[in-house]
Write a protein that binds this ligand. Structure first.
Ligand code: JB2
Length: 214
């Protein structure tokens, strides 16, 4: 039997999430919440309101919700709001992903098509491991981190809360990336990255003059 699910956000990431929930089965998408997109439909799913409608929808019996917004800070904040309103927040695992039976996947995390999650890796709440990304064994990804499409994280890597590893990047075994950091697209990260630091290139170096807000 399918359960009703609200999706928060109606942009590009929401489209990916809608298709992944459809592929995973077991959910009926009741609608999207995105105040800026009122009246639209996305892949046939209507935008039925904004975040102010969360308490009412919960009272009306919608029990589960999922944040589909790429911005890491916003996804974490909205995820906490869902929990505070008493929604069940499932993890989303695309049926074409491989997840080790010894991995742990947090609430509201998305493991998308062709992603690989290795043994004893832990994904925090609201993490995204995007299409075709490999997160090998014994990794630890903090709350609302995002590993973009096609990345390869070797064994024993850590990624701090709300950090982004940009599309197609590689991370050497044992490297620690701090919180609120950004790794630019196509980088090779061979050394630890401090909190709130933006790095890029091969090998990745701090990008001068760039710091990450928050
Ligand atoms: O507080 C909010 C809020 N803030 C932005 N509440 C709700 N309910 N919705 C919010 N939004 C909505 O998120 C915006 O109004 C907009 O419709 C949507 C963001 O859409 P966009 O297509 O700009 O980004 P995205 O987050 O869906 O996707 C980004 O991240 C993905 C991981 C893009 O960079 C994608 O290319 C990327 N794959």
């Amino acid at each position: 039997m399918s359960r009703d699910l609200l999706i928060i956000g109606a942009g590009g990431h929401a489209k990916v999430v809608i298709e992944a929930f459809r592929a995973a089965q077991g959910w009926r998408i009741a609608g999207l919440l995105d105040g800026a997109q009122a009246g639209r439909t996305v892949l046939g799913v209507p935008v039925i309101g904004g975040d102010d409608d969360l308490p009412r929808l919960r009272r009306e019996g919608v029990s589960a919700a999922f944040v589909a917004i790429g911005n890491n800070l916003a996804r974490e904040r909205l995820g906490a709001a869902l929990a505070a309103h008493g929604f069940v927040i499932p993890a989303l695992i695309h049926p074409a992903a491989f997840v080790s039976p010894a991995a742990r996947i947090g609430a509201g995390a998305a493991v998308l098509a062709r992603a690989v999650i290795g043994t004893e890796t832990v994904l925090g709440d609201f993490v995204i491991v995007n299409n075709g990304a490999v997160v090998d064994h014994d990794n630890l990804l903090g709350s609302a981190a995002h590993v973009a499409p096609g990345c390869a994280l070797a064994g024993n890597v850590q990624v701090g809360a709300r950090s982004l590893v940009g599309v197609g990047s590689a991370v050497r075994p044992g490297v620690r990336i701090g919180a609120d950091a950004v790794v630019g697209a196509g980088s090779a990260v061979v050394k630890d990255v401090p909190d709130r630091t933006m790095v890029g290139g091969v090998p990745a170096r701090p990008l001068r003059g760039k710091s990450v807000a928050g």
